[in-house]
Design a protein around this ligand. Structure first.
Ligand code: WT7
Length: 651
């Protein structure tokens, strides 16, 4: 590895006046741990409260009674905090810069005044459809400003939004509509991406066949493409927004009222609805946005995620807008019309903070530097990454070619469940090491436990599973409709701790290095995918008898999806069937779940009690046969040899 990849990078020049300095980080961190009530009591005041809270932290990680409450007697409105309260000073400041898929289409600059108008109208549209406080609204939209309007409109009237990534299939959408019990789905005619169009409305139509016929479908006519129209069910949102009043009184909400549900994959079963709160979540999203990205007035902040993921919730919409920031929303992809698109957009809008995923960096690294050199990147002050461990080679490339050696790189570790950054460098306070998310954010108490015993490992270095020893305001509150699953998933295995599902190493300097999931969750291009979900999609195919899915190292995606498939008796494997299964999974879940490799497996390695031994399958997928471990408990050891032979044959 190169020297840059293994050395510590000092705090770059220009960050002397950052929100956090080395001294203030140490002091504030110590206080946040010794006096969480005092610390978060002050930080909560970054929001405007209708009724100020008198209680700050009330949390309990004890299984059987897990309860997480922050600011529990406070009353506020999240939309007011992201929009209305900025109007006296920032009415004409740009809130959202929208950059469309096609660079030939003009970008839009939405001021706070305009944002307020649109959000109020959208809120009145929702009210006109009978949406009330506590009702669920599924949002299935492209990356267009209407997605942000819809989120904030829900917050304004106290409805709970649940965004479904526009790349998910009709089936996945239907499951989320039904699990959340949504009254309304907001979608668009079609979604342009990379010059192609996804038929979102048509997907929603298919999904709604499997939902209650009371669910209304609000359609944003974005491209003007033709769609079917169901009278009485479908509503033209933009037309109705013109007709309703531009004033919608915000509803006072309790700090603990749910703001949104976001479905995410776990190691077992169907995706779970992660529930986030209003007061605690927004405090944490706003504070992390300000500190991690060292956001100052006048900056242009760009997070390239999709609002369908938590990153888009916290760092395109809620964090930036709570801070009165200018946030950029991009409809397109990094590689269309060419591999310079990100850099073109940075140049065009004079982006100051740029936040993306390692998979995008790896994809662009391979494209040559001529796509970068065409654009002026001198506005950039800070770079960030999220979603998966960044390999040092990609870190060094990002630093050299995009940051020109002058921008700190914040490698932010967090999860859908955590609401915001938990382990991350603060640019003016913490020197970085390529591949390490460095040190905990304020109020975060990471613990490295021995996986088998759950004993915390004191001292450095340490290696084990990553847990968090106490609550923080942005923590998820429950699994929608299933509090028991919440407790079982996160609090049962290591009593007294929140279990992250990640493994990690803590080095001599106390820096954290995330080593990846220790459960059956895959991270494909920064997208989270449960192996069980892909397996159940595969076995739903009439020709498939059994399947086991594992991850394997993939150069660009980080992890690829490796599916072992046992066919029904009498069905012959073929190239055609392989394609059919790939298409099947795309259809069942979405393109992000398509297996990268399918290996026909006449049998799967199982214990005598019938449990599939994934450890062995993982090793075979990784081409690592030396370390198969103990195979003596296998019911039929010959199965393994057969699988290895076939794996080897495919090179
Ligand atoms: C999982 C959470 C948080 C928003 C995007 C993903 C992995 C996330 C990092 C990082 C190493 C990371 C972890 C985590 N992860 N960020 N900086 N370094 N790993 O959210 O879909 O809930 O996935 O992503 O494995 O558990 P998510």
């Amino acid at each position: 590895m190169s020297e840059e990849a293994t050395t510590t990078h000092p705090i770059p020049a220009g960050f002397e006046n950052a929100h956090a300095t080395p001294e203030s980080y140490k002091r504030m961190y110590a206080e946040s741990i010794s006096d969480p009530n005092g610390f978060w009591g002050r930080e909560g005041k970054r929001l405007d409260w209708i009724t100020p809270y008198t209680k700050v932290k009330d949390t309990d990680f004890t299984t059987g009674q897990v309860s997480i409450k922050w600011y529990e007697d406070g009353v506020l409105n999240v939309c007011v905090n992201c929009v209305d309260r900025h109007l006296p000073e920032r009415a004409d400041q740009v809130a959202i810069i929208w950059e469309p898929d096609d660079p030939a289409t003009p970008a839009r600059q939405i001021t706070y005044a305009e944002l307020s108008d649109k959000v109020n109208r959208m809120a009145n549209v929702l009210l006109s459809q009978g949406v009330m406080r506590g009702d669920r609204v599924v949002i299935y939209l492209p990356m267009i400003p209407e997605a942000a309007y819809a989120m904030l409109a829900c917050a304004r009237i106290g409805a709970i939004h649940s965004i479904v990534f526009a790349g998910f299939s009709p089936d996945a959408l239907a499951n989320r509509i039904n699990d959340s019990g949504a009254k309304v789905v907001i979608t668009a005619d079609t979604a342009p991406r990379g010059g192609r169009r996804t038929a979102l409305k048509s997907n929603a139509d298919k999904a709604l066949l499997h939902a209650s016929d009371k669910v209304r479908c609000l359609v944003v006519k974005h491209t003007g493409d033709q769609t079917t129209w169901v009278e009485g069910r479908d509503v033209d949102v933009l037309a109705l927004m013109e007709q309703v009043s531009p004033d919608c009184p915000p509803r006072p909400m309790n700090a603990e009222d749910p703001l949104f549900i976001l479905y995410t994959s776990g190691s077992t079963g169907k995706p779970k609805g992660v529930v986030h709160s209003s007061g605690g979540y927004l405090t944490f999203a706003a504070m992390t946005h300000e500190y991690t990205f060292d956001y100052h007035d006048g900056d242009v902040f760009w997070c390239t995620a999709d609002v369908g993921w938590v990153t888009g919730h916290s760092y395109i919409v809620y964090g930036p807008l709570a801070n009165g920031a200018t946030t950029l929303m991009f409809e397109g992809v990094p590689t269309w019309p060419d591999a310079g698109r990100f850099w073109e957009v940075c140049d065009k809008h004079k982006v100051t903070q740029f936040y993306t995923a390692p998979t995008a960096i790896r994809a662009l690294m391979g494209q040559g530097t001529e796509f970068i050199e065409k654009h002026d990147l001198s506005s950039l002050r800070l770079l960030g990454t999220v979603g998966e461990p960044i390999n040092p080679e990609a870190w060094v490339w990002y630093d050299k070619y995009i940051g020109k050696g002058k921008c700190p790189i914040v490698d932010t570790w967090w999860q859908t469940e955590t609401g915001g950054h938990l382990i991350t460098p603060l640019p003016g306070a913490i020197p970085t090491k390529p591949g390490s998310a460095t040190l905990p954010f304020f109020g975060i108490k990471p613990a490295v436990l021995v996986p088998e015993t759950g004993a915390p490992i004191e001292g450095n270095p340490a290696e084990g599973v990553l847990c968090i020893a106490d609550s923080w305001p942005g923590q998820m509150r429950t699994v929608w409709g299933d509090h028991q699953r919440f407790e079982e998933t996160y609090f049962q295995q290591y009593p007294g701790y929140y279990f992250t599902g990640d493994g990690c190493r803590r080095d001599e300097d106390g820096y954290y290095w995330i080593t990846g999931r220790v459960d059956d969750v895959l991270n494909v291009s920064g997208h989270r995918m449960g192996t069980a979900e892909v397996e159940s999609a595969l076995v739903a195919h009439p020709k498939v008898a059994e399947s086991a899915v594992v991850g394997y190292p993939h150069e660009v995606k980080g992890q690829g999806i490796y599916a072992y498939v046992t066919l029904m008796n009498g069905v012959e494997p073929s190239e055609e069937l392989r394609k059919e299964l790939e298409a099947w999974v795309r259809n069942e879940i979405g393109p992000i779940a398509k297996p990268d490799l399918i290996q026909w497996a006449p049998g799967l390695p199982k214990t005598r009690s019938g449990k599939i031994m994934r450890r062995i399958l993982r090793k075979i997928a990784e081409n690592d046969y030396g370390a198969l471990g103990d195979t003596s408990t296998l019911a039929e050891p010959a199965v393994v040899e057969d699988l290895i032979e076939n794996r080897m044959n495919r090179g």
